[in-house]
Write a protein that binds this ligand. Structure first.
Ligand SMILES: NC(=O)C1=CN([C@@H]2O[C@H](COP(=O)(O)OP(=O)(O)OC[C@H]3O[C@@H](n4cnc5c(N)ncnc54)[C@H](O)[C@@H]3O)[C@@H](O)[C@H]2O)[C@@H](O)CC1
Ligand SMILES: [K+]
Length: 509
Protein backbone atom coordinates (compact mmCIF):
# COMPACT_ATOMS: atom_id res chain seq x y z
CA UNK A 1 0.00 0.00 0.00
CA UNK A 2 1.25 3.47 -0.87
CA UNK A 3 2.48 5.70 1.94
CA UNK A 4 1.22 9.16 0.95
CA UNK A 5 -1.88 10.36 2.79
CA UNK A 6 -4.11 13.04 1.30
CA UNK A 7 -6.28 15.50 3.20
CA UNK A 8 -9.82 15.91 1.82
CA UNK A 9 -8.71 19.13 0.11
CA UNK A 10 -5.69 17.40 -1.45
CA UNK A 11 -7.94 14.53 -2.55
CA UNK A 12 -10.33 16.85 -4.37
CA UNK A 13 -7.25 18.39 -6.01
CA UNK A 14 -6.22 14.88 -7.11
CA UNK A 15 -9.72 14.37 -8.59
CA UNK A 16 -9.50 17.71 -10.39
CA UNK A 17 -6.01 17.12 -11.81
CA UNK A 18 -6.94 13.62 -12.88
CA UNK A 19 -10.12 14.75 -14.63
CA UNK A 20 -8.21 17.56 -16.37
CA UNK A 21 -5.60 15.09 -17.68
CA UNK A 22 -8.03 12.34 -18.61
CA UNK A 23 -8.78 9.75 -19.77
CA UNK A 24 -11.39 9.41 -16.99
CA UNK A 25 -13.88 12.24 -16.55
CA UNK A 26 -15.77 12.87 -13.28
CA UNK A 27 -18.68 10.52 -14.11
CA UNK A 28 -16.21 7.75 -15.02
CA UNK A 29 -14.34 8.15 -11.69
CA UNK A 30 -17.68 7.99 -9.90
CA UNK A 31 -18.72 4.85 -11.82
CA UNK A 32 -15.38 3.27 -10.88
CA UNK A 33 -15.85 4.26 -7.24
CA UNK A 34 -19.39 2.82 -7.21
CA UNK A 35 -18.12 -0.36 -8.83
CA UNK A 36 -15.42 -0.76 -6.17
CA UNK A 37 -18.05 -0.42 -3.44
CA UNK A 38 -20.48 -2.86 -5.11
CA UNK A 39 -17.62 -5.36 -5.60
CA UNK A 40 -16.74 -5.20 -1.93
CA UNK A 41 -20.37 -5.68 -0.84
CA UNK A 42 -20.88 -8.66 -3.17
CA UNK A 43 -17.61 -10.37 -2.25
CA UNK A 44 -17.90 -9.85 1.51
CA UNK A 45 -21.62 -10.52 1.84
CA UNK A 46 -22.51 -12.97 -0.95
CA UNK A 47 -25.61 -14.09 0.95
CA UNK A 48 -27.04 -10.55 1.28
CA UNK A 49 -30.53 -10.32 -0.29
CA UNK A 50 -31.15 -6.67 0.53
CA UNK A 51 -28.79 -3.70 0.73
CA UNK A 52 -29.95 -0.32 2.00
CA UNK A 53 -28.02 2.64 0.62
CA UNK A 54 -27.98 5.93 2.53
CA UNK A 55 -27.17 8.69 0.03
CA UNK A 56 -26.16 12.25 0.88
CA UNK A 57 -26.45 15.41 -1.21
CA UNK A 58 -22.92 15.48 -2.67
CA UNK A 59 -20.64 13.22 -4.71
CA UNK A 60 -20.36 10.71 -1.87
CA UNK A 61 -24.08 10.14 -2.43
CA UNK A 62 -23.26 9.89 -6.15
CA UNK A 63 -20.92 6.96 -5.43
CA UNK A 64 -23.82 5.42 -3.50
CA UNK A 65 -26.16 5.75 -6.52
CA UNK A 66 -23.52 4.20 -8.77
CA UNK A 67 -23.05 1.28 -6.35
CA UNK A 68 -26.83 0.78 -5.96
CA UNK A 69 -27.26 0.51 -9.73
CA UNK A 70 -24.66 -2.28 -9.94
CA UNK A 71 -26.01 -4.09 -6.89
CA UNK A 72 -29.52 -4.09 -8.40
CA UNK A 73 -28.06 -5.40 -11.67
CA UNK A 74 -26.46 -8.22 -9.66
CA UNK A 75 -29.91 -9.24 -8.37
CA UNK A 76 -29.73 -7.63 -4.92
CA UNK A 77 -32.81 -5.80 -3.60
CA UNK A 78 -31.11 -2.37 -3.38
CA UNK A 79 -33.11 0.40 -1.69
CA UNK A 80 -31.86 3.95 -1.75
CA UNK A 81 -32.68 6.49 0.98
CA UNK A 82 -31.98 10.14 0.32
CA UNK A 83 -33.10 13.41 1.92
CA UNK A 84 -31.68 16.25 -0.23
CA UNK A 85 -31.13 15.92 -3.99
CA UNK A 86 -27.81 16.39 -5.80
CA UNK A 87 -27.23 19.71 -7.51
CA UNK A 88 -28.44 19.66 -11.12
CA UNK A 89 -25.60 19.02 -13.55
CA UNK A 90 -23.30 17.49 -10.89
CA UNK A 91 -21.68 14.07 -11.33
CA UNK A 92 -23.95 12.83 -8.55
CA UNK A 93 -27.06 14.02 -10.44
CA UNK A 94 -25.80 12.05 -13.45
CA UNK A 95 -25.31 8.93 -11.31
CA UNK A 96 -28.83 9.35 -9.91
CA UNK A 97 -30.31 9.59 -13.40
CA UNK A 98 -28.43 6.42 -14.46
CA UNK A 99 -29.55 4.50 -11.38
CA UNK A 100 -33.25 4.09 -12.25
CA UNK A 101 -34.29 3.05 -8.74
CA UNK A 102 -36.89 4.87 -6.63
CA UNK A 103 -35.64 7.26 -3.93
CA UNK A 104 -37.05 6.67 -0.46
CA UNK A 105 -37.09 9.17 2.44
CA UNK A 106 -35.09 8.63 5.65
CA UNK A 107 -38.39 7.98 7.48
CA UNK A 108 -38.65 4.66 5.67
CA UNK A 109 -35.02 3.65 6.51
CA UNK A 110 -35.24 0.47 8.59
CA UNK A 111 -31.73 -0.97 8.75
CA UNK A 112 -32.77 -3.77 11.11
CA UNK A 113 -34.58 -5.26 8.10
CA UNK A 114 -31.48 -5.49 5.93
CA UNK A 115 -28.21 -7.39 5.90
CA UNK A 116 -26.00 -4.57 4.68
CA UNK A 117 -26.10 -0.78 4.79
CA UNK A 118 -23.99 1.22 2.32
CA UNK A 119 -23.14 4.54 3.95
CA UNK A 120 -22.82 7.18 1.22
CA UNK A 121 -24.02 10.19 3.22
CA UNK A 122 -20.83 12.24 3.51
CA UNK A 123 -17.22 11.67 2.55
CA UNK A 124 -14.47 14.14 1.89
CA UNK A 125 -16.94 17.04 1.75
CA UNK A 126 -18.15 16.79 5.36
CA UNK A 127 -18.10 20.43 6.43
CA UNK A 128 -19.76 20.58 9.85
CA UNK A 129 -21.29 18.46 12.59
CA UNK A 130 -23.94 16.02 11.42
CA UNK A 131 -27.38 16.80 12.85
CA UNK A 132 -31.11 16.43 12.26
CA UNK A 133 -32.37 13.68 9.98
CA UNK A 134 -28.81 12.71 8.98
CA UNK A 135 -27.82 12.13 12.61
CA UNK A 136 -30.95 10.07 13.19
CA UNK A 137 -30.17 7.90 10.15
CA UNK A 138 -26.59 7.38 11.40
CA UNK A 139 -27.80 6.40 14.85
CA UNK A 140 -30.42 4.03 13.43
CA UNK A 141 -27.74 2.32 11.36
CA UNK A 142 -25.40 2.03 14.35
CA UNK A 143 -28.14 0.55 16.55
CA UNK A 144 -29.36 -1.92 13.92
CA UNK A 145 -26.58 -4.48 13.90
CA UNK A 146 -26.49 -4.40 10.07
CA UNK A 147 -23.05 -4.61 8.44
CA UNK A 148 -22.07 -1.13 7.29
CA UNK A 149 -19.92 -0.55 4.21
CA UNK A 150 -18.79 3.08 4.25
CA UNK A 151 -18.01 4.88 1.02
CA UNK A 152 -14.72 6.79 1.30
CA UNK A 153 -15.18 7.59 5.03
CA UNK A 154 -17.68 6.58 7.68
CA UNK A 155 -20.09 9.54 7.60
CA UNK A 156 -19.37 11.99 10.40
CA UNK A 157 -15.65 11.22 10.42
CA UNK A 158 -13.36 14.05 9.36
CA UNK A 159 -10.93 12.69 6.79
CA UNK A 160 -8.35 15.29 7.77
CA UNK A 161 -8.30 14.90 11.53
CA UNK A 162 -9.83 11.52 12.36
CA UNK A 163 -12.20 13.36 14.71
CA UNK A 164 -15.96 12.87 14.81
CA UNK A 165 -18.10 15.86 13.82
CA UNK A 166 -21.37 15.46 15.73
CA UNK A 167 -21.92 11.74 15.35
CA UNK A 168 -20.46 9.10 13.08
CA UNK A 169 -21.37 5.77 11.57
CA UNK A 170 -19.48 2.65 12.70
CA UNK A 171 -18.42 0.72 9.64
CA UNK A 172 -17.33 -2.90 9.24
CA UNK A 173 -15.49 -1.95 6.08
CA UNK A 174 -14.58 1.35 4.45
CA UNK A 175 -13.84 1.54 0.73
CA UNK A 176 -11.72 4.55 -0.14
CA UNK A 177 -10.07 5.67 -3.34
CA UNK A 178 -6.57 6.41 -4.67
CA UNK A 179 -4.87 7.21 -1.33
CA UNK A 180 -5.85 6.93 2.34
CA UNK A 181 -6.60 10.05 4.33
CA UNK A 182 -5.15 10.80 7.79
CA UNK A 183 -8.63 10.24 9.27
CA UNK A 184 -8.50 6.56 8.31
CA UNK A 185 -5.43 6.05 10.54
CA UNK A 186 -5.95 8.47 13.44
CA UNK A 187 -8.16 7.61 16.39
CA UNK A 188 -11.08 7.64 16.89
CA UNK A 189 -11.45 7.44 13.10
CA UNK A 190 -9.39 4.29 12.71
CA UNK A 191 -11.74 2.36 14.97
CA UNK A 192 -14.82 3.58 13.03
CA UNK A 193 -13.51 2.46 9.63
CA UNK A 194 -13.36 -1.29 10.28
CA UNK A 195 -11.27 -2.84 7.51
CA UNK A 196 -10.09 -0.16 5.13
CA UNK A 197 -9.93 -1.12 1.46
CA UNK A 198 -8.05 1.11 -0.98
CA UNK A 199 -9.50 0.98 -4.50
CA UNK A 200 -7.87 2.14 -7.72
CA UNK A 201 -10.43 4.21 -9.63
CA UNK A 202 -8.09 5.35 -12.38
CA UNK A 203 -6.46 8.44 -10.84
CA UNK A 204 -2.83 8.43 -12.04
CA UNK A 205 -0.14 8.46 -9.33
CA UNK A 206 1.75 11.29 -11.03
CA UNK A 207 -0.81 13.86 -9.81
CA UNK A 208 0.98 13.49 -6.46
CA UNK A 209 4.03 15.37 -7.69
CA UNK A 210 1.87 18.45 -8.16
CA UNK A 211 0.10 18.04 -4.84
CA UNK A 212 3.25 17.38 -2.79
CA UNK A 213 1.70 15.54 0.18
CA UNK A 214 3.36 16.16 3.58
CA UNK A 215 1.59 13.48 5.61
CA UNK A 216 2.53 9.82 5.37
CA UNK A 217 1.83 6.37 6.68
CA UNK A 218 4.91 5.32 8.64
CA UNK A 219 6.08 2.40 6.52
CA UNK A 220 9.70 1.45 5.74
CA UNK A 221 9.30 2.93 2.24
CA UNK A 222 9.35 6.33 3.91
CA UNK A 223 12.87 5.96 5.33
CA UNK A 224 14.51 2.73 4.13
CA UNK A 225 16.90 4.55 1.79
CA UNK A 226 18.46 6.33 4.77
CA UNK A 227 18.58 3.29 7.09
CA UNK A 228 22.18 2.94 8.33
CA UNK A 229 23.04 -0.68 7.56
CA UNK A 230 26.70 -1.37 8.23
CA UNK A 231 28.89 -2.17 5.27
CA UNK A 232 31.98 -4.33 5.13
CA UNK A 233 34.29 -1.40 5.98
CA UNK A 234 32.31 -0.30 9.07
CA UNK A 235 34.18 -0.36 12.37
CA UNK A 236 32.50 0.23 15.69
CA UNK A 237 33.38 3.92 15.86
CA UNK A 238 31.89 4.52 12.43
CA UNK A 239 28.65 3.17 13.86
CA UNK A 240 28.45 5.89 16.46
CA UNK A 241 28.66 6.25 20.21
CA UNK A 242 25.50 6.74 22.30
CA UNK A 243 25.57 8.20 25.81
CA UNK A 244 22.60 7.43 28.03
CA UNK A 245 22.20 9.44 31.24
CA UNK A 246 21.22 7.34 34.23
CA UNK A 247 19.16 8.36 37.23
CA UNK A 248 20.06 7.56 40.84
CA UNK A 249 20.37 4.08 42.41
CA UNK A 250 16.64 3.43 42.57
CA UNK A 251 15.92 4.76 39.06
CA UNK A 252 18.71 3.40 36.88
CA UNK A 253 16.80 0.67 35.02
CA UNK A 254 15.29 3.08 32.49
CA UNK A 255 18.75 4.16 31.30
CA UNK A 256 19.91 0.55 30.96
CA UNK A 257 16.81 -0.30 28.89
CA UNK A 258 17.48 2.66 26.60
CA UNK A 259 21.18 1.73 26.39
CA UNK A 260 20.69 -1.89 25.37
CA UNK A 261 18.06 -0.79 22.85
CA UNK A 262 20.48 1.71 21.31
CA UNK A 263 23.01 -1.10 20.99
CA UNK A 264 20.46 -3.42 19.37
CA UNK A 265 19.55 -0.65 16.92
CA UNK A 266 23.11 -0.84 15.66
CA UNK A 267 25.08 1.80 17.56
CA UNK A 268 28.78 0.86 17.58
CA UNK A 269 29.26 1.72 21.26
CA UNK A 270 26.97 2.68 24.11
CA UNK A 271 27.90 4.17 27.48
CA UNK A 272 25.66 4.62 30.49
CA UNK A 273 26.61 7.91 32.16
CA UNK A 274 25.86 7.35 35.79
CA UNK A 275 25.91 9.45 38.96
CA UNK A 276 28.35 8.12 41.54
CA UNK A 277 25.67 6.58 43.80
CA UNK A 278 24.28 4.49 40.93
CA UNK A 279 27.59 3.25 39.48
CA UNK A 280 27.52 0.10 41.57
CA UNK A 281 24.01 -0.94 40.61
CA UNK A 282 24.60 -0.12 36.95
CA UNK A 283 27.87 -2.08 36.96
CA UNK A 284 26.08 -5.16 38.23
CA UNK A 285 23.74 -5.17 35.20
CA UNK A 286 25.87 -4.10 32.24
CA UNK A 287 28.09 -6.17 30.00
CA UNK A 288 28.43 -4.97 26.39
CA UNK A 289 27.28 -1.51 27.38
CA UNK A 290 30.02 0.62 28.97
CA UNK A 291 29.73 2.64 32.14
CA UNK A 292 31.13 6.04 33.09
CA UNK A 293 30.79 7.96 36.33
CA UNK A 294 29.52 11.45 35.50
CA UNK A 295 28.21 13.81 38.17
CA UNK A 296 28.26 17.29 36.64
CA UNK A 297 27.25 18.92 33.37
CA UNK A 298 30.91 19.87 32.78
CA UNK A 299 31.95 16.22 33.04
CA UNK A 300 29.19 15.33 30.59
CA UNK A 301 30.39 17.93 28.10
CA UNK A 302 34.01 16.79 28.39
CA UNK A 303 33.01 13.18 27.91
CA UNK A 304 30.87 14.06 24.89
CA UNK A 305 33.85 15.84 23.30
CA UNK A 306 36.60 13.40 24.28
CA UNK A 307 34.70 10.26 23.41
CA UNK A 308 32.99 11.69 20.35
CA UNK A 309 29.53 10.97 21.63
CA UNK A 310 27.32 10.99 18.56
CA UNK A 311 23.95 10.87 20.26
CA UNK A 312 22.53 11.05 23.77
CA UNK A 313 19.41 10.03 25.64
CA UNK A 314 18.40 12.13 28.59
CA UNK A 315 15.27 11.86 30.68
CA UNK A 316 14.35 8.24 31.41
CA UNK A 317 14.59 7.85 35.19
CA UNK A 318 16.83 10.91 35.39
CA UNK A 319 14.70 12.90 37.84
CA UNK A 320 12.74 16.08 37.23
CA UNK A 321 14.35 19.39 38.11
CA UNK A 322 17.06 21.97 37.60
CA UNK A 323 19.82 19.36 37.45
CA UNK A 324 18.22 17.84 34.35
CA UNK A 325 17.81 21.31 32.82
CA UNK A 326 21.52 22.06 33.42
CA UNK A 327 22.70 18.82 31.81
CA UNK A 328 20.50 19.38 28.79
CA UNK A 329 21.51 23.00 28.32
CA UNK A 330 25.17 22.06 28.67
CA UNK A 331 24.89 19.44 25.92
CA UNK A 332 22.90 21.79 23.71
CA UNK A 333 25.55 24.46 24.38
CA UNK A 334 28.10 22.35 22.54
CA UNK A 335 26.59 23.82 19.39
CA UNK A 336 28.16 22.42 16.27
CA UNK A 337 30.20 20.05 18.47
CA UNK A 338 27.05 18.68 20.11
CA UNK A 339 26.00 15.11 19.45
CA UNK A 340 24.22 14.47 16.14
CA UNK A 341 21.18 13.55 18.09
CA UNK A 342 19.64 14.37 21.45
CA UNK A 343 16.68 12.29 22.51
CA UNK A 344 14.66 13.97 25.25
CA UNK A 345 12.11 11.81 27.00
CA UNK A 346 10.11 11.68 30.21
CA UNK A 347 11.83 13.69 32.99
CA UNK A 348 13.77 15.82 30.49
CA UNK A 349 10.46 17.00 29.05
CA UNK A 350 8.80 17.55 32.41
CA UNK A 351 11.84 19.46 33.72
CA UNK A 352 11.08 22.24 31.22
CA UNK A 353 7.36 22.44 32.04
CA UNK A 354 7.77 25.80 33.79
CA UNK A 355 9.91 27.33 31.07
CA UNK A 356 9.54 25.53 27.74
CA UNK A 357 11.06 28.49 25.90
CA UNK A 358 14.41 27.81 27.56
CA UNK A 359 14.45 24.43 25.88
CA UNK A 360 13.20 25.71 22.54
CA UNK A 361 15.82 28.47 22.47
CA UNK A 362 18.62 26.03 23.24
CA UNK A 363 17.48 23.70 20.48
CA UNK A 364 17.08 26.64 18.07
CA UNK A 365 20.69 27.63 18.80
CA UNK A 366 21.91 24.15 17.78
CA UNK A 367 19.78 24.37 14.65
CA UNK A 368 21.20 27.78 13.79
CA UNK A 369 24.78 26.48 14.10
CA UNK A 370 24.33 23.17 12.37
CA UNK A 371 21.67 23.95 9.81
CA UNK A 372 19.23 21.30 10.95
CA UNK A 373 17.31 20.06 13.93
CA UNK A 374 19.16 17.54 16.06
CA UNK A 375 16.76 16.84 18.89
CA UNK A 376 13.90 14.40 19.18
CA UNK A 377 11.21 14.95 21.83
CA UNK A 378 9.18 11.86 22.68
CA UNK A 379 6.16 13.03 24.72
CA UNK A 380 2.97 11.11 25.39
CA UNK A 381 -0.12 13.32 25.49
CA UNK A 382 0.41 14.27 29.17
CA UNK A 383 4.02 15.32 28.61
CA UNK A 384 3.03 17.12 25.39
CA UNK A 385 0.60 19.23 27.41
CA UNK A 386 3.42 20.27 29.77
CA UNK A 387 5.48 21.78 26.96
CA UNK A 388 2.70 22.85 24.57
CA UNK A 389 -0.45 23.53 26.65
CA UNK A 390 -2.10 25.67 23.97
CA UNK A 391 -1.59 23.01 21.28
CA UNK A 392 -2.82 20.24 23.59
CA UNK A 393 -6.09 22.13 24.04
CA UNK A 394 -6.52 23.26 20.42
CA UNK A 395 -10.05 22.21 19.52
CA UNK A 396 -10.62 20.33 16.29
CA UNK A 397 -6.91 20.37 15.36
CA UNK A 398 -5.60 17.01 14.18
CA UNK A 399 -2.85 15.15 15.99
CA UNK A 400 -0.39 15.51 13.05
CA UNK A 401 -1.07 19.25 12.95
CA UNK A 402 -0.51 19.63 16.70
CA UNK A 403 2.74 17.66 16.41
CA UNK A 404 3.86 19.72 13.40
CA UNK A 405 3.30 23.02 15.17
CA UNK A 406 5.11 21.69 18.23
CA UNK A 407 8.05 20.53 16.10
CA UNK A 408 8.33 23.92 14.45
CA UNK A 409 8.17 25.73 17.78
CA UNK A 410 10.67 23.43 19.49
CA UNK A 411 13.10 23.08 16.58
CA UNK A 412 12.94 19.37 17.13
CA UNK A 413 11.37 16.28 15.68
CA UNK A 414 8.40 15.40 17.86
CA UNK A 415 7.23 11.84 18.45
CA UNK A 416 3.73 12.31 19.89
CA UNK A 417 3.06 8.88 21.35
CA UNK A 418 -0.18 6.94 21.59
CA UNK A 419 -1.97 4.13 19.74
CA UNK A 420 -1.61 6.29 16.60
CA UNK A 421 1.86 7.74 17.28
CA UNK A 422 2.70 10.71 15.05
CA UNK A 423 6.24 11.73 14.08
CA UNK A 424 6.53 15.34 12.91
CA UNK A 425 9.39 17.51 11.69
CA UNK A 426 9.78 21.31 11.80
CA UNK A 427 9.65 21.36 7.97
CA UNK A 428 6.03 20.13 8.06
CA UNK A 429 6.47 16.42 7.32
CA UNK A 430 4.38 14.14 9.51
CA UNK A 431 4.03 10.36 9.62
CA UNK A 432 1.32 8.34 11.33
CA UNK A 433 2.37 4.99 12.75
CA UNK A 434 0.08 2.01 12.16
CA UNK A 435 1.86 -1.17 13.30
CA UNK A 436 1.62 -0.73 17.09
CA UNK A 437 0.09 -3.27 19.43
CA UNK A 438 -1.79 -2.22 22.60
CA UNK A 439 0.61 -4.47 24.56
CA UNK A 440 3.31 -1.83 24.01
CA UNK A 441 1.61 0.40 26.56
CA UNK A 442 3.72 -0.88 29.44
CA UNK A 443 6.26 0.65 31.84
CA UNK A 444 9.68 1.11 30.27
CA UNK A 445 8.42 0.83 26.70
CA UNK A 446 9.18 4.52 26.09
CA UNK A 447 12.77 4.06 27.36
CA UNK A 448 13.28 1.40 24.72
CA UNK A 449 11.93 3.69 22.01
CA UNK A 450 14.23 6.53 23.10
CA UNK A 451 17.19 4.15 22.95
CA UNK A 452 16.35 2.83 19.48
CA UNK A 453 16.01 6.36 18.09
CA UNK A 454 19.33 7.39 19.68
CA UNK A 455 20.98 4.27 18.25
CA UNK A 456 19.86 5.22 14.74
CA UNK A 457 20.82 8.88 15.18
CA UNK A 458 24.28 7.87 16.34
CA UNK A 459 24.82 6.13 13.01
CA UNK A 460 24.05 9.34 11.13
CA UNK A 461 20.45 8.64 10.10
CA UNK A 462 18.64 11.95 9.50
CA UNK A 463 16.54 13.05 12.47
CA UNK A 464 12.98 12.69 11.10
CA UNK A 465 13.79 9.38 9.41
CA UNK A 466 15.51 8.01 12.53
CA UNK A 467 12.50 8.93 14.65
CA UNK A 468 10.06 7.35 12.20
CA UNK A 469 12.16 4.20 11.79
CA UNK A 470 12.57 3.94 15.57
CA UNK A 471 8.82 4.10 16.14
CA UNK A 472 8.21 1.47 13.47
CA UNK A 473 10.89 -0.92 14.80
CA UNK A 474 9.67 -0.52 18.39
CA UNK A 475 6.11 -1.36 17.33
CA UNK A 476 7.22 -4.19 15.07
CA UNK A 477 9.22 -5.74 17.92
CA UNK A 478 6.21 -5.46 20.25
CA UNK A 479 3.87 -7.01 17.70
CA UNK A 480 6.08 -10.11 17.66
CA UNK A 481 5.35 -10.88 21.31
CA UNK A 482 1.72 -10.04 22.10
CA UNK A 483 0.15 -10.72 25.49
CA UNK A 484 2.50 -10.72 28.46
CA UNK A 485 4.94 -8.28 26.86
CA UNK A 486 7.12 -6.29 29.25
CA UNK A 487 9.66 -3.67 28.25
CA UNK A 488 12.62 -5.96 29.02
CA UNK A 489 11.42 -8.26 26.23
CA UNK A 490 11.64 -5.59 23.56
CA UNK A 491 15.42 -5.30 22.96
CA UNK A 492 15.66 -9.05 22.34
CA UNK A 493 12.79 -8.82 19.82
CA UNK A 494 14.55 -6.15 17.77
CA UNK A 495 16.87 -8.50 15.80
CA UNK A 496 13.91 -10.30 14.19
CA UNK A 497 12.28 -7.00 13.25
CA UNK A 498 15.59 -5.71 11.90
CA UNK A 499 16.20 -8.91 9.92
CA UNK A 500 12.87 -8.61 8.21
CA UNK A 501 13.66 -5.04 7.30
CA UNK A 502 17.14 -6.01 6.11
CA UNK A 503 15.94 -8.92 3.98
CA UNK A 504 13.11 -6.80 2.60
CA UNK A 505 15.67 -4.18 1.66
CA UNK A 506 17.89 -6.63 -0.13
CA UNK A 507 15.10 -8.17 -2.19
CA UNK A 508 13.75 -4.78 -3.16
CA UNK A 509 17.07 -3.68 -4.68
N1 LIG B 1 -15.56 13.30 -9.31
C1 LIG B 1 -15.20 13.39 -8.04
O1 LIG B 1 -14.95 14.49 -7.52
C2 LIG B 1 -15.16 12.15 -7.25
C3 LIG B 1 -15.66 12.17 -5.96
N2 LIG B 1 -15.76 11.07 -5.24
C4 LIG B 1 -16.64 11.03 -4.07
O2 LIG B 1 -17.02 12.34 -3.75
C5 LIG B 1 -16.89 12.59 -2.37
C6 LIG B 1 -16.67 14.03 -2.14
O3 LIG B 1 -17.77 14.67 -2.70
P1 LIG B 1 -18.24 16.09 -2.24
O4 LIG B 1 -17.10 17.02 -2.29
O5 LIG B 1 -19.43 16.42 -3.03
O6 LIG B 1 -18.56 15.91 -0.71
P2 LIG B 1 -19.61 14.99 0.09
O7 LIG B 1 -20.48 14.25 -0.82
O8 LIG B 1 -18.83 14.27 1.09
O9 LIG B 1 -20.46 16.07 0.91
C7 LIG B 1 -20.69 17.36 0.41
C8 LIG B 1 -22.15 17.72 0.50
O10 LIG B 1 -22.62 17.53 1.82
C9 LIG B 1 -23.04 18.77 2.38
N3 LIG B 1 -22.65 18.72 3.79
C10 LIG B 1 -21.42 18.70 4.29
N4 LIG B 1 -21.44 18.52 5.64
C11 LIG B 1 -22.75 18.42 5.98
C12 LIG B 1 -23.43 18.21 7.20
N5 LIG B 1 -22.78 18.06 8.35
N6 LIG B 1 -24.78 18.15 7.20
C13 LIG B 1 -25.46 18.29 6.03
N7 LIG B 1 -24.88 18.49 4.84
C14 LIG B 1 -23.53 18.54 4.80
C15 LIG B 1 -22.39 19.84 1.55
O11 LIG B 1 -23.13 21.02 1.58
C16 LIG B 1 -22.40 19.17 0.17
O12 LIG B 1 -23.68 19.27 -0.41
C17 LIG B 1 -15.78 11.69 -1.94
O13 LIG B 1 -15.86 11.42 -0.56
C18 LIG B 1 -16.00 10.47 -2.82
O14 LIG B 1 -16.91 9.61 -2.18
C19 LIG B 1 -15.48 9.78 -5.89
O15 LIG B 1 -16.62 9.48 -6.62
C20 LIG B 1 -14.33 9.90 -6.83
C21 LIG B 1 -14.61 10.93 -7.86
K1 LIG C 1 -19.64 7.88 3.71
Amino acid sequence: MSFELLSPTEMSEADRLSIARGPHDGPALMRNAGAAVAREVLSRYPQARTVHVLAGPGNNGGDGFAAARLLAQAGVDARVYCEGRPVAGSDAAGALADMRLPLLGFDAFAPEETDVVVDALFGAGLARAIGGAYAQAVEKANASGACVVAVDLPSGLSGGSGLVLGTAIRAGVTVTFFRLKPGHLLYPGRALCGDTVLADIGIPADVLSEIGPRTFRNTPELWRETFPWPHSGSHKYARGHVGVFSGGPSASGAARLAAISAARAGAGAVTVLSPKQAVQVNAMHLTAVMLKWIDTPEEAVNFAKDRKMSSAVIGPGFGVGERCVEFLLALAGLGAESPFGLVLDADAITSFADAPDRLFEALAAIGAQTGRERAVLTPHEGEFRRLFPDLADAQGVSKPERARRAAERANAVVILKGPDTVIAAPDGRAAINVNATPFLATAGSGDVLAGIVAGLLAQGMPTFEAAAAGVWLHAEAGARFGPGLIAEDLPALLPAALSELYNGDRTSF
